[in-house]
Design a protein around this ligand. Structure first.
Ligand code: VGL
Ligand code: ZN
Length: 198
């Protein structure tokens, strides 16, 4: 049984959004076209409380996109994005949601970021996604969405570590930083991950 995980197709990651990924909107029609081919489709949604500590605005004197030490973890300081209940946090209306059986929200703890759909960045808490996939008899996972170098990559790496046969659908991802993604995709392959497309 093969699941598709659609990562963070939210207005703040789309052109015009607070943390817009260049060409992020180009993945949506591709994702819509492939959803019907999977045994299960789930989505993730970045869902931060206002004042989240991954936001530069929570660290007076800091610069946007600077990396700091946050309670022992490296943390990039982002613009405020995907704040719970705001328009920017909504899944795009252009995303076909009829196949999506469950949506896993992440980044809800104010003190720790969560790129992966499975765990927060410190692996302190699970979202429940792994248990859900196991309960549904899933053995293979394909990951698509935004952004390739953050939430897609970390979701795919955790999926591999959890024992799922894991693919990144490269026609259906876009990166915040393409050169950072070029390195990360090779790490994913070196751990046994598969790249599909492109
Ligand atoms: C993401 C940075 C911060 C992502 C989420 O969805 O890739 N990136 N929060
Ligand atoms: Zn975020």
């Amino acid at each position: 049984m093969h699941a598709l995980i659609i990562v963070d197709i939210q207005y703040d990651f789309l052109p015009g959004g607070a943390l817009a990924v260049a060409d992020g909107d180009t993945v949506i029609p591709i994702i819509n076209a492939i959803q019907g081919g999977y045994d299960l489709v789930v989505a993730t949604q970045d869902w931060h409380p206002a004042g989240h500590r991954s936001f530069a605005s929570a660290h007076p004197g800091s610069r946007l996109f600077e990396t700091i030490d946050l309670d022992g973890l490296e943390q990039v300081l982002w613009p405020d994005h995907c704040v719970q209940g705001t328009a920017g946090a909504r899944l795009s209306d252009h995303l076909d949601t009829q196949h999506i059986e469950a949506i896993f929200r992440k980044g809800t703890d104010p003190d720790i970021d969560s790129y992966s759909g499975f765990f927060d960045n410190g692996r302190r808490k699970r979202t429940g996604l792994a248990g859900y996939l196991h309960n549904r008899g899933i053995t293979a996972v394909s990951v698509c969405g935004l952004a390739a170098d953050y939430c897609v990559y970390f979701t795919a790496m955790d999926s591999l570590q959890l024992g799922f046969e894991t693919r990144i659908l490269e026609d259906a991802v876009q990166a915040i930083d393409a050169s950072a993604y070029a390195e990360k995709r090779m790490t994913f392959v070196s751990q046994g991950g598969q790249l599909v497309g492109r």
